[in-house]
Design a protein around this ligand. Sequence first.
Ligand code: ARG
Ligand code: ZN
Length: 477
Amino acid sequence: MNGAKRSNPIASARDPGTTLARVNRLVTLAVLAVALLGSACGSTDGEPGSEGLDDSFYPNLGNGGYDVLHYDIDLDIDPEANTIQALTTITSRATQDLSAFNLDLSGLTVTEVQINGSRAEFSRSNTELIIEPAGALASGSEFSTSVSYSGSPEPVADPGVPYQPLGWQNIRGTILTASEPSGSMSWFPSNNHPTDKATFEIRITVPTPFTAASNGILVEESSADGYTTTTWRMDDPMATYLAAVYVGDFERVETNQAGGPLIRDYLPRDSPAEIAEALSITPQVISYYEDLLGPYPFDAYGTIVMPHTLGFAMENQTLSVHGRDTIDPLVIAHEIAHQWLGNSSTLDDWSETWLHEGFATYLSSMYMAEHHGWHLDVKMAGWHGTLSRWNSVPPMEIENAQMFDVSVYWRGALTLHALRGLVGETVFSEILRTHYQQSANGNTNTVEFLAVVTQLAGSEAAELVESWLYDDPMPPL
Ligand code: ARG
Ligand code: ZN
C-alpha cells in the first residue's frame, strides 16, 4: 500500500512540456491507478493474522486476527495404542480482514482443514498450523474452522516446566493431560494463550472397559458396539491450558451438596478409603472461599486421582488432577483456590504466575489456619526464613524456567500476608474480593491488582506489595 506513494511517478516526470512526457504521464497515471486499485483490493483480501500474541515468555503462543468463541473437540481414543482420531471444530470471530491465520498444534498428522465447510489450504511450521481460507474472512465475521487429525499425541517440551513432560501422556495405561502452560497443543489445535478463553464441548469415545473424564458437566453418555462416548460441556469461558482429558479405570463418585456445585470425583477403581476420606473436605473448602471471594465460578468441581504418583497437582477447570502422592488438605485446597484465582480470573501474560500461585498458596494457607490448625504467622515466618537462606527470586523478576519456582508460590503468598498485616482484616478481604470480582471470567495482571490495592488501601500499601514482588533482597516480615 505504501509502495505507490513512495515511488510517485508523477513527481519524477522530467519534462512535462513534450508530448512524449504527456504520454508518459498518462501511462504513469494509469500505472498509479492500477496500483491504488490493487492496494484497495488488497485490504479486502486481508492480511495474515500474527503468529503470536507478544507474551513475554511465549511470543509464539496464541495467534492474532481472530477471537475463539467455542471449541468442539471430538476424540476417538485407542488407549492401548495411545492414538487418537480427532476432529476439532473452532468457532471464531475475525478481528481483522484475514487472508490467513494460525492455530497452535504440536505433532500429530493433520489430514484436512475446512473453513465454513470448504476445504482450506494449510501448512505446518513447528507448532504453528497455518491456514489459508479460499477467500478472505471479513473483520467481525464469525467462521468455523474444522481440523481433522490423528496420531499418537506426544508431550511438548516447555521451557517453563523443563523438569517434566507437558500435555498428553500415557502413564502405565492411564491417559492424562496436564498442560500448563503450553501443553494443550499436544492434543488439540487452538489459539493457545490464556487471553483467548472460550466455551468447550469435548466428546470422547473409548473402548467400553475404559472410563473417560473431562471438564464441566457430563451431558451425554452412550454405549454401542463395545465403545462408550461421553460428552462434556464447559459453558463458562476456559483457557486452553485448563482443558483436560483422562482415560483409565476410574470410578465416578458424586456428592450432592445443597446449594453448592455438583461434586464428582474420579478415583482409581478399588481405591483405599483414605482417598475418598481426604477428598471429603471439598465442600468445606469451597464454602470457605465462597465466603471470602464470592460464589464458586463453575457448575461442577471434582478431583481426579491418578493410580500412580505425579509429584504435582493441576487445577484443570472443574477437574483438578492429583497424584497418589499429592492428596493432602493443603494441595486439595490449593487447587480449589485456583478455580477462582487462575481459572476464572486468569493472568494475561505468563510472566505473572504469582497471580495464580501466590494467591492459591495464601488462600489455601488461610483455609489451613481456619480448619487444620495452622498458625499462619509461624508458617509464614518459616517460609520467609527458608527463602532468605535459599532462593527468593522476586516473583515479578522471574525468568521463563522459574515460573513455577517455589519463590513464586511462597513469596507470592508472603506478599499477601504482608499486605494483610499492614491493612488489616477488613480492607484485606475487600482487596481480595474486588480483585477477583473485577476480573472473574476474564483476565488480569499485576498492574490491575496494584490499582485495587491503591484504591482501597492507599499508595503506601501498593508500594509494600511492589517491594515484595520486585525487590532484591526480599523485605523483612
Ligand atoms: N498450577 C500448578 C499448581 O497448582 C502447577 C503446575 C505446573 N505445571 C505442571 N505441568 N506441573 O501447582
Ligand atoms: Zn498452583
